[in-house]
Design a protein around this ligand. Structure first.
Ligand SMILES: NC(=O)c1ccc[n+]([C@@H]2O[C@H](COP(=O)([O-])OP(=O)(O)OC[C@H]3O[C@@H](n4cnc5c(N)ncnc54)[C@H](O)[C@@H]3O)[C@@H](O)[C@H]2O)c1
Ligand SMILES: [Zn+2]
Length: 354
């Protein structure tokens, strides 16, 4: 598999460990830090220690989205400062999207920016979060509201890390794969239909194709002025649903909420005659086949709507979404009325257990 070169950094598939050693040799870092969470510390860090020919200073944080906040950033910045990180130090972010987004943000702001390398270890971060240079944290219950755009030195993709990921996390990350196929790649969508059991397949090829899709979109519009917004398909409703469920006894993983969002937003596209009934039925059946654990009902519709009104993509108080206009094709900046959203949510409520 050839590496994929984004405009400013490589995404390395072939021999990621030789490449990280080359970067370390070339850049002659004063000190190398690795950011891990309690899970990747145990499951992924031993391999990095084995493969990287340099001493690594580890910073460990608690795992999970709940910790993607300014308090944890303070912990990371303090560890860097207390342990002598200077402008020639490097931070390797070894973990899922939380580690990548927050570690990249901390590296980009520490001493106005030190080098960092992304080593994503979840399906979600390998196919999505590690590509495209968006970094940030949650603040006041709003996801990713504080952050920057900044490029890593490299992104290193090693699919072997996924072997320890539990099935629910794997399936959650797979939502971004479904999204990429639906917005950009009809052939990939066809290929995905053949997958019977996610656990049983080698995901390397799929990861590669997904990185290629995301790279193509972000290279054309790095700062999300237009086209890049198509990557938000499923996320306008999905993010709001994710937030509402955060406070419940059984929260949803990001990709599970996005699966719901894609289903509702595809229904809205069908109602607006942007996609055919057959295409919609195909999408609905596939999402229901993969996500067998979705909640029966989306209550709190007013709360979902009020969260959607705060979405970063909106303008002048209008809810703007990215909607499919076919399989493998997506339009952005489509205005959604309250009525549209309710039709999508009510449709979900009517079908999910049928
Ligand atoms: N920057 C972007 O463009 C972008 C895009 C999509 C998502 N995101 C962000 O990504 C985050 C979600 O990413 P995520 O799903 O990877 O979350 P995560 O980082 O919380 O990882 C999920 C869980 O898996 C564990 N884990 C990680 N690697 C493992 C491994 N190899 N084996 C076993 N367990 C492992 C983690 O410790 C965690 O408990 C969200 O914060 C979201 O906002 C960012
Ligand atoms: Zn997402």
């Amino acid at each position: 598999m050839k590496d994929i070169n984004c405009q400013k950094y490589p995404i390395v598939f072939k021999s990621p460990w030789s490449r990280v050693n080359e970067i370390i040799d070339e850049r002659r870092y004063s000190k190398i830090f690795v950011l891990v969470d309690t899970n990747t510390s145990e499951l992924c860090l031993p391999l990095l220690h084995k493969e990287v020919n340099a001493s690594l200073y580890t910073i460990t944080i608690a795992a999970g989205e709940d910790h993607k906040n300014i308090n944890t950033c303070q912990q990371i910045w303090s560890s860097l400062l207390n342990n002598g990180a200077d402008r020639h130090s490097c931070l390797i972010n070894l973990g899922g999207g939380v580690i990548g987004d927050m570690g990249g943000f901390c590296a980009s702001t520490y001493m106005r920016g030190i080098d960092f390398i992304q080593v994503p270890t979840t399906l979600l971060s390998q196919v999505d979060a590690s590509v495209g240079s968006k970094l940030g944290i949650d603040f006041m219950n709003v996801k990713n509201i504080i952050g920057v755009f900044n490029h890593p030195q490299a992104v290193l993709i090693y699919p072997g890390f996924l072997n320890t990921l539990d099935y629910r996390e794997l399936r959650s990350g797979y939502a971004e794969v479904i999204k990429h196929a639906l917005i950009q790649d009809p052939q990939l969508w066809k290929d995905l239909q053949q997958i019977v059991d996610l656990k049983e397949i080698d995901l390397s090829g799929i990861i590669y194709q997904n990185v290629a899709i995301k790279k193509e979109v972000v290279d054309k519009d790095p700062y999300e002025n237009g086209l890049r917004k198509i990557l938000n398909f499923g996320h306008t409703i999905g993010h709001a649903v994710e937030t509402v469920f955060m406070k419940k006894s059984s929260p949803l993983l990001h990709g599970e909420a996005i699966a719901i969002g894609m289903l509702c937003e595809a229904k809205i596209a069908e109602l607006k005659a942007m996609i055919s009934v057959d295409h919609f039925k195909n999408i609905e059946a596939y999402i229901k086949r993969i996500y067998t654990n979705l909640p029966d009902k989306l209550e709190d519709q007013d709360k979902i709507l009020s969260l959607m009104r705060k979405d970063k993509k909106n303008r002048d108080g209008e809810i703007l979404a990215s909607l499919l206009k076919g399989i493998g094709s997506c339009d952005f900046n489509i205005s959604l009325s309250e009525e549209d959203v309710k039709l999508g949510l009510n449709y979900y409520n009517s079908i999910i257990k049928s």
